[in-house]
Design a protein around this ligand. Structure first.
Ligand SMILES: CCCCCCCC/C=C\CCCCCCCC(=O)NCC(=O)O
Ligand SMILES: [Zn+2]
Ligand SMILES: [Zn+2]
Length: 522
């Protein structure tokens, strides 16, 4: 073959490669454009015709404002702490019971409301509906809180409910006395205004959610099961309205948790012969265990972003990002690996990418001159929707890779089933409508709750469990959860009352409106 002949062949070959590349890129853009056009899933129901059920409106006057804030502050001041799996402040739980009866006299005396104490400290309310054929729903919240010490750096004592610049500070202000008090205050106002629901509903207030709800929520579920109750949907604490937390997102987003991550408690332990510290072995039990822990921290669980409901979150929010993020979010089938690497940089967004690994206990050593015979640590894993407890346990054993380290599963449960979020999903659409009516600038999207809630015990009573708090979170606020300076603005607490006031009335709708098709919307 001549030199010019071979050049021609190379040229033709390159031409084919370049045109194939161009065609592929064009194809990708076309697919992406089609997908982007069908993205505005947030439009659907807003324009549909909703049967009017919110006949009572709530305009809070000065006197009511003072009273509702005083009630809320009193709730925060009662230190209903769950210290450990076996230790709770039962004195405070008793006091909280007395307080509720005093703060909400109409709820406790109305002929429409049946109240019972469960497992001594939890509360179950049944609010009777005028149309018993309508399937009831249930609102959940919890009474207990995690411990808090002022010395960790609180700006106000954690059980003071001190108001600073329009914010009430205290343990429980966002987890979860805001929801608890918001629900009961809304019901108190509704009853005072003569409201009688069409659709009956339950309110469940657990007293031990922070220690797994084994007495509170689980006994409430047992009672409801005995009575043959089935629920249309359950709403519990969970994701919030994020404002400025998701980088690049224009405007606030209300994420409604359709599921929650699983959880595992894993114990790692190393046993060696004890001895004199003057003749140490090359590695002690502490050293061996520390190396194992370091391996776990250096080797996070695999990225699974896009394999669970978190992919839907970003597809729903895509139209609220500007380019190039909009393009990336609209095409997660292609860009999930890239987005995972961006999200994993911050703890809060990393939680959506993978099963997280947190070492929460480390115990070893008895005396300065004794080689310790035992070192043990506990690891708390929050399991991504696409993994199971067993898979996570296997990965931990592989990563540790040291026969001297015993790896035991102490406790755990798989990720929860995924509730519906389509046009026919009653609970999702009611929450969405209530959010949009009150906060019209918010984009509503399905989400995955990264923490666990009492609602996970209700899976046999309904397939539709939603985890959402109408609380506004701005940058820095996620860290207040179980952290220091937990707080809520007085404005937001009032909004929460109005939210539940409207939600309860919205649930009286007999049937969801027929959605407009997306073609029609466009
Ligand atoms: C990339 C998306 C970022 C979205 C921002 C999400 C902000 C996260 C806000 C709240 C965290 C959710 C907490 C859920 C409730 C947890 C209740 C709880 O404490 N349960 C006990 C436990 O889990 O141990
Ligand atoms: Zn909580
Ligand atoms: Zn909590």
């Amino acid at each position: 073959m001549t030199e010019s002949g071979s050049k021609l062949r190379i040229f033709k070959f390159l031409k084919i490669i370049i045109s194939s590349l161009l065609i592929t890129v064009l194809l990708l853009f076309t697919i992406a454009a089609i997908r982007t056009l069908s993205l505005d899933v947030n439009a659907g129901l807003q324009l549909a015709h909703w049967e009017k059920t919110n006949n009572k409106s709530l305009v809070i006057d000065h006197h009511q404002r003072e009273e509702l804030l005083a009630n809320f502050k009193e709730a925060i001041r009662i230190p209903t702490v769950s210290f450990s799996n076996t230790e709770s402040n039962t004195t405070a739980l008793h006091e909280f019971d007395r307080f509720l009866r005093k703060a909400f006299p109409t709820v406790f005396s109305s002929s429409l409301v049946h109240h019972e104490l469960v497992a001594n400290y939890s509360h179950l309310f049944w609010v009777k509906g005028s149309q018993p054929e309508l399937v009831p729903y249930m609102l959940l919240a919890h009474i207990d809180v995690v411990p808090a010490s002022e010395s960790d750096g609180w700006e106000a004592p954690p059980f003071s409910a001190k108001e600073i610049d329009g914010f009430i500070y205290g343990r429980g202000t966002i987890d979860d006395k805001n929801n608890l008090m918001g629900i009961l205050q809304a019901l108190e106002y509704l009853l005072l205004k003569g409201y009688a629901p069409r659709r009956g509903f339950y309110i469940g207030l657990g007293h031990d959610e922070e220690i797994n709800g084994l007495n509170g929520a689980m006994n409430i579920v047992r009672i409801l099961k005995q009575r043959g109750v089935q629920l249309l949907f359950v709403m519990d604490e969970g994701l919030t309205i994020s404002d400025g937390i998701i980088p690049g997102l224009e405007g606030p987003a209300a994420l409604i948790g359709l599921s929650e991550k699983g959880q595992a408690a894993i114990k790692l332990s190393v046993s060696v012969a004890p001895g004199h510290s003057s003749m140490p072995p090359r590695e002690t039990s502490i050293g061996i265990l520390a190396t194992a822990i370091k391996r776990l921290e250096d080797n996070p669980m695999p990225r699974l972003f896009g394999y669970g409901p978190e992919g839907d979150t970003f597809e729903h929010l895509a139209h609220k990002f500007s380019l190039p993020l909009k393009f990336i979010m609209s095409n997660l089938w292609l860009f999930s690996p890239l987005l995972s690497r961006i999200l994993e940089r911050k703890p809060v967004s990393n939680a959506f990418v993978r099963t997280t690994t947190a070492v929460t206990f480390f115990n070893a050593g008895v005396k300065i001159n004794v080689i310790p015979s035992l070192a043990e640590a506990y690891v708390n894993l929050r399991i991504h929707s696409a993994q199971s407890v067993q898979e996570v346990l296997d990965i931990i054993k592989d990563t540790v890779g040291d026969q001297r380290v015993k790896v035991e599963l102490v406790d755990g449960f798989d990720p929860l089933p995924i509730s519906g979020a389509d046009d026919k999903a009653f609970g999702f659409q009611i929450i969405k409508k209530t959010v949009l009516d009150l906060f019209p600038t918010v984009t509503v999207a399905p989400g995955i709750c990264i923490g666990n809630t009492d609602s996970r015990h209700f899976v046999d009573l309904t397939k539709n469990i939603y985890r959402f708090s109408p609380a506004w979170f701005k940058p820095g606020d996620p860290e207040r959860f179980h952290g220091i300076n937990e707080r809520i603005s007085t404005k937001n607490y009032e909004e929460m009352i109005v939210f539940y006031f409207n939600l309860i009335q919205n649930c009286d709708i007999r049937k969801l409106p027929e959605p407009h098709s997306s073609v029609h919307e466009l």
